[in-house]
Design a protein around this ligand. Sequence first.
Ligand code: GRG
Length: 298
Amino acid sequence: MNFTEELKKYREIINNELDKKLPNFDSLQKSVFDSMRYSVFAGGKRIRPILNLKACELVGGNINDSLPFAVALEMIHTYSLIHDDLPAMDNDDYRRGRLTNHKVFGEAVAILAGDGLLNYAFESILGFMIDNNKNDIRYLNAMNNIAKASGVQGMIGGQIVDILAEDKEINKDELEFIHKLKTSALIEASIISGAIVGGADNEEINKLRTYSKALGLSFQIRDDILDKVGDKEKLGKKVGSDEDNNKATFVSVYGIEKSIEMTKKLCNEAIKSLEGFKNKEVVDFFKEMADFFVHREY
Ligand code: GRG
């Protein structure tokens, strides 16, 4: 199976599970269910859950054990997008090719839908552990990695520094700090939590940390490049948002050429860190993923 077919197959597994997990029944709070499902099923590449399942597979685990973590990661990611688009944050009208959540449901419902998704993420993991009597410490460890990466030491921490930096000059270290926390931390946790659930040893975890740190940063640099020169139709959102919000980005600090060069260098670093893993098919998938992070157009 080639890389594109593999992505499609895993996307289907994830979408089916999300559909099962997210509530969709008539009740007094139906508007928040509708709002949650609107953004989750608006498209989305499903990069984080796919990385999670493949990392589990890479170290010899069963992807069914990591599926609740994979869908949790997509729920957290979608919550962050809903909140990031709010008028108090980036104030965006389009996301994933559709009107943003608050444009359709109003700000109050959009805030609650984001909160609901964040909570549901952990309900998904804990429900799986309780229902299947999975009381192994590695599930808690995987969950802890995800909680930390999405919290004030991760995504929320990066977002606050990013917001406070608007209209200000920031140096290269501050720029890297923001994006390591805001974007890279959750990508790293996606891979590491999948590997932990799959039973990875310390050496494997260390290699995958190197891989995911390089991948996470290159993802953000590519995002900045696309915000400058990307295609609105392919991206499903407007371009130029960073400039409109007076945000320092890798492109504004380093320029396009140097930014592209940086993504290539990070991709090579990521690929190098995969040496020693035995499952050639999954290693090839991770290599292609690194390449996708350099060349993606959406
Ligand atoms: C609101 C706590 C809070 C955090 C928001 C992630 C984030 C922090 C903001 C999103 C803004 C942004 C565009 C960040 C750049 C990286 C990123 C997360 C891009 C979107 O991720 P993709 O490309 O999106 O994986 P899809 O739609 O494919 O899932």
